[in-house]
Design a protein around this ligand. Structure first.
Ligand code: DP6
Length: 321
């Protein structure tokens, strides 16, 4: 029996669109920061008496596409290890689920790590990343701590994440504004498929997202918050632009999302470095230095309750408990 802990990550350059939906191969590279605040603990045991995999998430049986994906990861582990038994999986999320806070990232990273170890495999981080990717694309990045790049690749073995900077020894924080923690109407999987198929803006998105990779890496390595934040905010807005161009059109933004985006631009005009990013949900994450956390949260308190603002710091990679 093995328990692993994986932390969520926030994409600074988004993964948004699959060129291969079966293997979960993205159209463009993405870059993320792993966070300390939100994580998933998963325990896996392979048990001969079980007639099927038994998967509980927060004490509830997993169903639907989540179950299908978890079984896909478990089947790959059985294939690689030669183990025949069914798995007992217990997963606890310390993340507001399906609210654009990427609980699937920490969930499938923890499953890949705990499952492979429980099956007696001793996988490298690269192999774990490939395995986790089969559950959810963003999970490929949650194997690593700090700043991480997921390489697009051209097949399953070449599409994996890699550390850019695992120990983040400079001041970067992320304030999460929890606009709405209810389950979103359009999942990231559905949303990105819709834009791939119908949005005329999609090819332009892929081109500009790939062009962001080298400047973003340079900003990270130079510890340049202003450049990092500017590139991340523009990247996020371009990702969301694809949804406006989809048929039928849709958006993850809610009125409060727009109000916060506007507030962040206004705070920036006062000379405070802060930048927004938004995933496939209404919540806004604000990139800033810790010295500005209080000032930014005070300003945002006119729009959103103070208890809906959470400060995150860079977090670690996979841990076995
Ligand atoms: C907007 O990894 O949840 O958060 O691979 O279909 O499970 P699937 O999608 P998922 O998508 C994440 C999309 C995003 C951007 C990102 O994290 O890079």
């Amino acid at each position: 029996m093995t328990t692993a802990r994986a932390h969520t990550n926030i994409a600074l350059l988004k993964y948004w669109g699959k060129k291969n939906t079966e293997l979960i191969l993205p159209y463009n590279d993405s870059i993320s920061l792993t966070l300390d605040h939100f994580y998933t603990d998963t325990t896996v045991d392979f048990v001969s008496s079980l007639t099927d995999d038994e998967i509980l998430v927060d004490d509830q049986p997993l169903t639907g596409s989540g179950l299908k994906r978890a079984k896909r990861v478990l089947n790959l582990i059985r294939e690689q290890s030669g183990i025949q038994e069914n798995a007992s999986v217990h997963s606890t999320n310390h993340v507001p689920t399906t609210a654009g806070l990427a609980s699937s990232a920490s969930a499938f990273a923890a499953l890949a790590a705990a499952g492979s170890k429980a099956a007696g495999l001793d996988l490298s981080d690269k192999e774990l990343s490939i395995l986790a990717r089969h559950g959810s694309g963003s999970a490929s990045r949650s194997i690593f701590g700090g700043f991480v790049q997921w390489h697009t690749g051209h097949d399953s073995q070449s599409s994996y994440a890699q550390s850019i900077q695992s120990a983040v020894d400079w001041d970067i924080n992320l304030i999460t504004a929890l606009v709405d923690t209810k389950k979103k109407k359009v999942s990231s999987t559905m949303g990105m498929q819709a834009v791939v198929k119908t949005s005329p803006f999609f090819p332009a998105w892929v081109k500009s997202a790939q062009a962001d990779v080298e400047p973003m890496k340079t900003a990270i390595l130079n510890k340049n918050l202003a450049n990092l934040g500017t590139i991340a905010e523009n990247n996020a807005m371009r990702m969301h632009a694809t949804t406006f161009g989809a048929v039928p059109n849709f958006t993850y933004f809610q009125p409060q999302t727009l109000a916060i985006l506007d507030a962040v631009r206004n705070i920036r005009k006062l000379g405070v470095e802060c930048y927004s990013t938004v995933d496939a949900g209404p919540n806004v994450k604000i990139i800033c230095a810790s010295s500005n956390n209080e000032l930014i949260m005070d300003k945002l308190a006119t729009i959103i309750n103070r208890n809906q603002l959470l400060v995150c710091k860079p977090g670690p990679g996979i841990k076995y408990l």
